[in-house]
Ligand binder design. Structure first.
Ligand code: SF4
Ligand code: SF4
Length: 223
């Protein structure tokens, strides 16, 4: 089932670009780790997240999947998400001191929070979620600084491409009742974009776009 959200209810009503100031900076989250627990299967990873984690932890994606990630269904797509463990459903990467043990390689979802992405017309803008972060005295910060990712513009382009590719996959998945096709398509996405390692030291985006072109070709055959 697709999720529908009313932007008016969950945001301050504004949309932001990379160079805009937004009241998102929770000053290093001092003393708080609320959004690192009880998140269920919602911290969904994109291929860049898995590449970044894999390089940082020096573990291949299959090992990451066995130890730290799980597959779940998200808007019809089968995608990896961070594993939450124990009674309090703590993220596997949250240490005893309540800090993120993989901070330099944390996924895009964690970098964004409490921002979200609003997709429209083959693009997206950021919005501030007003009911999520429990810190009330947040400071203003430029969006690109907050997401703390090299080459933010290129990253945004990748995020957009990935989002709309998954939408195309969803269209096929929602339209068909062929269970073999559903399984094969989902496994194709997981294997091709997540489990097949990206070469370290070689530009991630170039490798991703090669795979994307192949994936788009496949989707055009299914349409
Ligand atoms: S990866 Fe780090 S920042 Fe993200 S939920 Fe886990 S502990 Fe929190
Ligand atoms: S709820 Fe806000 S302050 Fe607390 S860990 Fe998350 S982003 Fe940081």
């Amino acid at each position: 089932m697709r999720r529908e959200v009313d932007l008016e209810e969950i945001s301050d009503g504004k949309l932001y670009g990379l160079n805009d100031m937004v009241k998102a900076d929770c000053n290093d989250c001092r003393g708080c780790c609320d959004c690192c627990q009880g998140m269920g299967d919602t911290v969904v990873l994109d291929p860049y997240d898995v590449y970044r984690l894999s390089s940082y932890l020096k573990r291949d994606p299959k090992e990451l999947m066995e130890s730290y990630l799980e597959l779940g269904i998200f808007d019809g797509n089968i995608l990896p998400h961070l594993r939450m463990e124990g009674k309090e459903e703590r993220c596997v990467f949250l240490n005893k001191e309540g800090r993120c043990s993989i901070h330099p390689a944390r996924p895009g979802f964690c970098r964004l929070f409490p921002l979200g992405r609003f997709y429209e017309n083959n693009s997206f803008q950021y919005f501030l979620q007003i009911h999520e972060c429990t810190k009330t005295n947040r400071s203003k910060i430029k969006v690109y600084k907050w997401i703390d990712t090299p080459n933010a513009k290129r990253y945004d382009e990748f995020v957009t491409e990935w989002h709309y590719f998954l939408k195309d996959v969803q269209e096929v998945l929602y339209r068909t009742e062929d269970t073999e096709l559903i399984k094969n398509l989902n496994m194709y996405v997981v294997n091709r974009f997540y489990l097949k390692p990206y070469e370290d030291g070689k530009d991630f985006y170039e490798q991703f776009y090669e795979r994307l072109e192949e994936g788009k070709g496949l989707m055009s055959l299914e349409k």
